[in-house]
Each structure stands twice: as C-alpha cells, then as structure tokens.
Ligand binder design. Structure first.
Ligand code: PLP
Length: 413
C-alpha cells in the first residue's frame, strides 16, 4: 500500500509562515497534531471524507473540529445556503432567517425562550458570561480546570498578550467535585455571577470525563440556592447528544446555553440561548459584529437542524460511534495493547492506557493519516451522519496496522 505523503502541505506551510503569524494559528497549527505525518491544508470534502492539498483522501473523524455533523458538502444544506446567497449574504439588517432560526431553536429546545446569534463559539460564551454578570450585578465566573470555552482572554488560554486583570474574576474548580465549587461560592459569597460548564468534561490532551451521578444536578441546586446563573457551553457537544440540548441527555436545566459547531454543518453561526428571566439582562449587553446577522449561515443552520431531526441522525451517529469505540478496543487488545475509549459515542476519544506523554497516540495518529484515516492524537473526535458501517470497518483495518506499529515501537503493555 502506498502511504500518503504531505509535501504540498509542508510547502504551503513554509509559504504561510512568511505571511501569516505562526503559519497556521492556534490549535490548527501542525505542532498540535503530528508534524510531518499529518495534513496541514485541506482542499475539498464530500460525505465523511476530505482531500488535502496533496490529493490524499481521509475518512475524517475531526469534522472541522466539530461543525461537519451531516457530512462535507451536504446537498440539502448547500441548496439552502445557495438559495440565500442568491438573495444576498449580508445587509444593513437581519433577514427573516434570523427570526426563523431563533423560532426553530426555541421550538426544539424546551429549556430556552430566546436566542442571540454570533459567528463563533467564543462570541457566545463571552456574551453568556456578560449576561450573567449583568443579570446578577456580580463579577466572578466559575469554570472547570482544563475546560475550553474559547479563545477570548477571559478564558485564560494561551500565553501571549494576556494580563491578569483579563481573568482575575474567573476562578476554576475541579470537574465532578461539587465541594470545590461550593468552596469558591462560599469564599466569594455574593459575588459569583455564573458557573459555566460543558455538559461533560472534554479537555484536550486528556481522557474525557462524563459527569458523576448527581454532579450537574448539584451544580443546579448551588446556582438556585445562591442566585448564580448556570451556563451550559454546548458549543462542542450540542446536537450530537440530544436535539433538545445536551442538558436533556444528562437530565439538568441550565439558564443560558451556548451552541455553535454542529448548528450549521460548517457554516459560521453560533447562538447564545436562554430562559425568560435572563432575556432583559441579555438585551442590555452590547452584542454585535459585522457578520452576526449574515443570512447564508442562518439559512444553512435552518436546513442542518431540520436534516438532523428528520433523519434521526444522532441515533445513527451513536451506533457508528459505539462500533468505532468497541472495535478500537478489541483491535488494540488483538495487538496486545490496552486503550481507553472515553466520552459519548458521537464524540469519542482514545488514549493508550500506559501512555505518559502521548507519543504512542502521535505515532498511531500519524500512521493512520498516512493510511487515509484522520484521528487526532490530542483532541476528541467527532462522528458525522455520513459515517457508515463500511467506513468504520475500513478505519478498524487501518487501526489494526497502526496498533501493530505502536506495539513494535513501544512494546506490548
Ligand atoms: C466547548 C467549547 N466552547 C467554546 C469553544 C470556542 O468556539 P470557537 O472556536 O468557535 O470560538 C469551543 C471550541 O472548540 C469549544 O469546544
């Protein structure tokens, strides 16, 4: 079998470094994956596969870091986007698509009564914490250690350009440890505006952790008892667990909820949604951007959400994800290796049980990329509706070859 090479990706990256800071910014920089054994630039996509600039084709489990939920180039979503594009993409005002999309989300998600639209997840998580602060007239925001809520400075990710005052009112607790939340609530009694969580813990460079029984419900009670706004950041998991919101899947009710990735199958739109008591505070926060009202993305989102519901996509994705997780565990064991598969089946992740530094994961993912399967070594994966049984079977064949290479390099343990 001829293995993929990445010459054009490397060439283009060198050109990029001359005219773009770090060539590719943030988590899409090659340093975050497997430099030299991973594609850096994409060319086109169809279904669950995409091609990179070298012409290599992959069965993709990164899905653009989440947004591709139906599959690349989905005909229904593209037709809706094209129809809107013919009318115009951006105007002085929103189009009826904004109202239709807000109505659709309010119909779909019982916990919410209103929505405001942005472009990226970071827009809406920042807006949610501002809304919480405005509603409570307090300052502190509590978030789980290691959680990712976006690239804005309040999230204190990255090293450059931050000053302490950016995040001095953002405090961290330990996931699944309600006592660590309560300690902060007591310490900053009367000054905690909001608690922001993801529906389950999905940090990069770590196993995913589901909520312990009662953890999310305890947080709800803490928020009720202390008049704190409970914010669900469903940017990553939204519409991959339950169309009514991931809180339905885990049985709790947030006050504000943030959606983005799977809303529009790759079109840039995000939403901060909330229940009635928070609508006035939300309307007092200045929330806008040149493209926040762009209609093409909103038309795409309307079509994407309809498709997800109509085709019962989550059920199919759960089945495919379970097949992948079970299959990887067994294939690893057949090669004398132990792996941990964590997270829900639609957003699985794998680590090697004896791993300390991700070198096994990097070797595994790099070898998989050379064989046409894209599985990120440090970040959770995403299942799409377009993944079919034959794709999972092919993935497991490739995984078998890659586990054998890991076993040869690092030994069986
Ligand atoms: C849970 C979560 N919140 C917020 C964000 C930020 O979204 P964006 O990158 O679209 O700004 C992300 C992005 O990965 C995310 O996973």
């Amino acid at each position: 079998m001829k293995l993929n090479s990445f010459d054009k990706s490397k060439e283009l990256f060198l050109r990029a470094t001359k005219v773009i800071p770090s060539g590719i910014s943030g988590n899409k920089n090659p340093a975050f994956a497997v430099p030299g054994s991973f594609p850096y630039f994409a060319e086109s996509g169809e279904g669950c596969r995409y091609k990179d600039v070298d012409g290599n084709e992959y069965i993709d489990y990164l899905a653009g870091y989440g947004p591709i939920v139906l599959g690349y180039n989905d005909p229904v979503v593209e037709a809706a986007a094209d129809a809107q594009r013919k009318l115009g993409a951006a105007f002085n005002h929103p189009t009826p698509r904004a109202v239709e999309l807000a109505e659709k989300l309010v119909d779909l998600i019982p916990a919410i009564d209103w929505c405001a639209f942005g472009k990226n997840g970071s827009d809406v998580t920042a807006y949610a914490i501002q809304t919480a602060r405005e509603h409570t007239q307090r300052r502190k925001i509590l978030m789980a250690k290691g959680a990712y809520h976006g690239s804005q400075s309040w999230c204190r990710h990255g090293l450059g350009g931050l000053i302490e005052s950016d995040y001095e009112h953002v405090l961290t607790f330990t996931w699944n440890d309600a006592d660590s939340v309560m300690d902060l609530v007591k310490k900053y009694d009367g000054d905690v505006a909001g608690i922001i969580i993801t529906p389950y813990h999905h940090p990069a460079f770590a196993d995913q952790e589901m909520p312990a029984p009662g953890f999310l419900q305890t947080l709800r009670k803490i928020c009720d008892d202390h008049e704190i706004v409970f914010i669900l950041d469903d940017v990553r998991a939204g519409f991959r667990l339950d169309m009514k919101g991931s809180h339905e899947y885990f049985g709790f009710k947030p006050d504000l909820t943030c959606y983005c990735k799977a809303m529009a199958n790759g079109y840039a739109v995000s939403a901060c949604c909330g229940s009635q008591p928070f609508k006035n505070a939300a309307s007092r926060v200045f929330f806008t951007g040149t493209y926040y009202t762009s209609a093409v993305e909103q038309a795409a989102s309307l079509a994407c959400l309809d498709e997800l519901v109509k085709s019962n996509a989550i059920e199919h994705m759960m089945k495919m994800g379970t097949m992948l997780m079970d299959g990887l565990k067994k294939t690893a064991a057949d090669n004398g290796l132990e792996v941990r598969l964590t997270g829900p089946p639609t957003l699985p992740f794998m680590t090697f049980a004896s791993e300390k530094n991700f070198r096994r994961s990097q070797l595994f993912s790099g070898e998989a990329a050379k064989r046409g399967v894209l599985l990120h070594p440090h970040h959770n994966w995403f299942i799409m509706r377009a993944h079919k049984e034959a794709d999972i079977q092919r993935t497991l064949e490739v995984a078998d070859a890659c586990f054998a290479i890991v076993s040869k390099e690092f030994g069986k343990d």
